[in-house]
Design a protein. Structure first.
Length: 739
């Protein structure tokens, strides 16, 4: 027997079949009680065709997940070869929801429930309730009705820029005075949420469009090999958008036992990926093999890309793929991180040291007769080694440590008991700050360790007999943005080889190693260095003035050379670029204190300013007579002018009044396409005033009228937006009286 409903638009000729059905012409005839039959039929019926209990049933969801649709295009996910909805966090996406009747906002309630991972938890934001709101706050999961047609509503859903990434299962729940209804999870309605380098509040934000295209969207690249005098290259297919790759990448995250600190932070994700791409301790993606015997597997030299490796690993249920070496580990890591939305590039270090004892040096041991002591000679220098850099802010580290971070998936040494490495900031490596997490000592030794030769003495101790200072970390290379040219980025990892700043970094790093007395220690530490910034008077548009205060506490003359550098910094701690570098020599008489004024001209920083107008100063120095090292980092902000708001007229509920807006452009350049925004609760709704250009050093004045609708002490707020000047605000207190 076959039962159908009378609503073709609802069922579209679908049937409810019942095997061995009794004879009869109506569902209540025969031996089937009505409750049993309703269990079969109710999910397919509208309230008017079944129990008609007044509930609001969700009939279908349209996630608008077409590759050429608005969601995928706006989220830069249209290239993923997937029929699922793939979006990026910190950005809205839209969906249509069809109900059994028209949605009534005053009496009906709706929320979305999202579940991530095997054990969703509210405390980790992997179990999320998304409620309907009137106005977006853009700081949490929220949804808003933006269109309504008959029995359908169009909803825009916002995710916070810190939301955990991964595959979310979606349920919809409705409430009415008559009861609730749950539209349960269907795999085709799963939501894939990724990191968002286009979102300013995401930790992986990258502000250069060409770099985003290269480090997130480019699915092919170049890997470098050979030695520092004979550099070879090979193309590699990253294929982060290929069919099955996104599913494989999320499978890798699910398989990791280390991802218990959450999926919201790219630091955690990058560290987990560096562990999971190799196989020794967690059955990760690739099994390494350097034996030249590749039986029962594929030679590392035969791989041309990551796609086949990741598909094979996923299809096997997590059986490591044979075999990989450093460039294969790097290629796969690049694919996984780009696929998840983290800007990433492969990097090759030529003459790459492998320090095994955390001495921060590459050590070679000989006996009394200058025969090598093989059991001690564990350190090595590879012709080349390939790893990755990924771009992110580091809120867990001091300012200035954001930006490019080294991540290395090749299993060399364990980190916290697991074969992984990074992420560690290039900024920390460059200055020898090896106490920064994660794994800074190992990476520093790879690029900037000295090769030291030790000879065993008759009493069993070892004496240093030579030190080679320019043998590791050469021609560090990566593919250029927008072309297949090779770019040398050695300067990002270390100061010029042999310079005083580079030697200070080496000795600073070594002091934290297992052999801190490798280099001569300072005879005395009697000189102090301090930096002061006149932040009260430092304005955008003026030269930035800094003072270095050098104090000689000894009774002898001291000569100091300071290496000063200032860079523009995002509020996240990521450095954008250096604006000034200079060497300064200071000579101090006994007990003398000297103040050295250093100026950063406006012309040198005006074209690089970013939000919040922050700068990072780094000063390294050495005292010639004692070899004492001086080092200091200091961030400071340049002030921006306020918008002056002056109320005009009596502030009375229901009575029109005005505000005079005054602003002076502090820069000796034109502010282009200026927009002013004013608003005040109980005073006026948000109003944008597109003013246009404001000339150099020009003062503008304009008047806006409004009518207060709430009494009491109210605040009127104003802000200004333009590319040349940021963080400009104004406020006025207005006491509104009752009419």
């Amino acid at each position: 027997m076959i039962y159908t409903t009378s609503t073709p638009s609802l069922l579209q000729s679908k049937y409810v079949r019942m095997s061995a059905a009794p004879t009869g012409t109506c569902p209540n005839e025969g031996r089937f009680p009505s409750a049993t039959l309703n269990a079969f039929v109710e999910p397919l019926l509208t309230p008017n065709e079944g129990k008609n209990d007044g509930r609001l049933l969700v009939l279908s969801i349209d996630l608008l997940k077409s590759k050429t649709g608005q969601n995928r295009l706006e989220h830069h996910t249209d290239r993923y070869q997937s029929d699922d909805l793939v979006v990026r966090r910190g950005q809205g996406f839209q969906m249509w929801i069809e109900f059994s009747r028209a949605f009534e906002p005053k009496s009906d309630k709706l929320h979305l429930e999202l579940r991530l991972g095997p054990i969703p938890m509210f405390s980790r934001d992997t179990l999320v309730t998304v409620r309907l709101v009137e106005k977006f706050e853009n700081t949490k999961w929220e949804a808003k009705i933006i269109e309504q047609k008959d029995t359908r509503i169009k909803v825009c859903v916002n995710s916070p820029p810190t939301a955990p990434i991964g595959r979310y299962k979606l349920n919809l729940i409705t409430w009415t005075p008559k009861g609730s209804h749950t539209y349960k999870h269907k795999p085709e309605n799963d939501l894939y949420l990724l990191f968002n380098p286009w979102c300013k509040d995401d930790a992986v934000f990258m502000d250069n469009e060409d770099e985003r295209n290269e480090y997130v969207l480019n699915d092919v690249g170049v890997l470098y090999y050979g030695n520092d005098s004979q550099i070879g290259e090979r193309n590699w297919i990253f294929g982060q958008f290929a069919d099955g790759v996104l599913a494989a990448c999320l499978f890798i995250l699910e398989k990791s036992q280390a991802l218990n600190t959450g999926r919201r932070n790219p630091v955690n994700i990058a560290r987990v990926v560096s562990a999971m791409v190799n196989s020794p301790d967690d059955q990760g993606v690739l099994e390494g093999n350097w034996s030249s015997n590749y039986a029962n597997g594929t030679s590392p030299l035969l791989w041309n890309g990551s796609v086949e490796i990741l598909r094979q690993y996923h299809k096997s249920g997590g059986k490591p793929v044979k075999y990989g070496q450093c460039w294969v580990f790097s290629g796969v890591t690049n694919t996984v991180l780009r696929c998840l939305g983290i800007p990433t590039r492969s990097v090759t270090n030529f003459s790459s040291a492998h320090d095994t004892d955390v001495s921060l040096t590459t050590d070679v041991y000989f006996d009394e007769k200058m025969n090598p002591i093989e059991k001690l000679n564990n350190d090595s220098i590879w012709n080349f080694h390939v790893w990755n850099e990924c771009w992110m802010a580091r809120s867990d580290l001091p300012d200035g440590m954001g930006g490019w971070q080294v991540v290395d998936a090749t299993p060399q040494e364990t980190s916290q008991g697991i074969f992984c490495c990074g992420p560690i900031p290039l900024a920390a490596i460059r200055d020898g700050l090896v106490y920064m997490k994660y794994d800074a000592p190992f990476v520093f030794a790879e690029v900037n360790s000295d090769r030291i030769v030790w000879q065993r003495q008759s009493n069993g101790t070892f004496t240093q007999i030579s030190c080679e200072k320019n043998v590791v970390g050469k021609n560090i290379s990566t593919k250029a943005v927008g072309s297949d040219l090779r770019v040398d980025i050695t300067h990002l990892y270390k100061h010029p080889e042999g310079s005083e700043a580079e030697r200070i970094a080496v000795e600073t790093a070594s002091s934290y190693g297992s052999r801190p007395n490798t280099y001569p220690c300072a005879v005395d530490k009697d000189v102090t260095l301090a930096v002061t910034v006149d932040e009260v008077g430092q304005w955008v548009g003026e030269d930035a003035r800094l003072s270095f205060i050098v104090n000689n506490g000894s009774s002898e003359t001291r000569s100091i050379k300071l290496y000063c550098q200032v860079a523009i910094m995002y509020y996240t701690g990521v450095l954008k670029g250096t604006v000034k570098k200079e060497e300064i020599s200071v000579k101090l008489n006994p007990k003398e204190v000297k103040t050295q004024v250093w100026t950063v001209p406006y012309d040198q920083y005006k074209d690089q300013l970013v939000d919040h107008s922050s700068l990072m100063l780094t000063v390294l120095g050495r005292v010639t007579e004692t070899k004492q090292v001086l080092a200091i980092r200091h961030s400071f902000r340049l002030r921006t002018p306020d918008i002056i708001l002056t109320p005009v007229g009596d502030a009375v509920v229901g009575t029109e009044m005005a505000v005079k807006i005054t602003f002076k452009n502090p820069l000796s350049r034109v502010l282009k396409n200026v927009t002013l925004r004013i608003q005040g609760l109980g005073l006026l709704k948000v109003k944008d005033i597109r003013y246009g250009d404001i000339g150099s050093l020009k003062t503008i004045t304009l008047t806006e009228k409004f009518t207060p609708n709430l009494s009491g002490l109210r605040k009127l707020l104003a802000s200004l937006d333009c590319q040349q000047l940021t963080q400009v605000h104004g406020v006025a207190d207005i006491l509104v009286k009752e009419k």
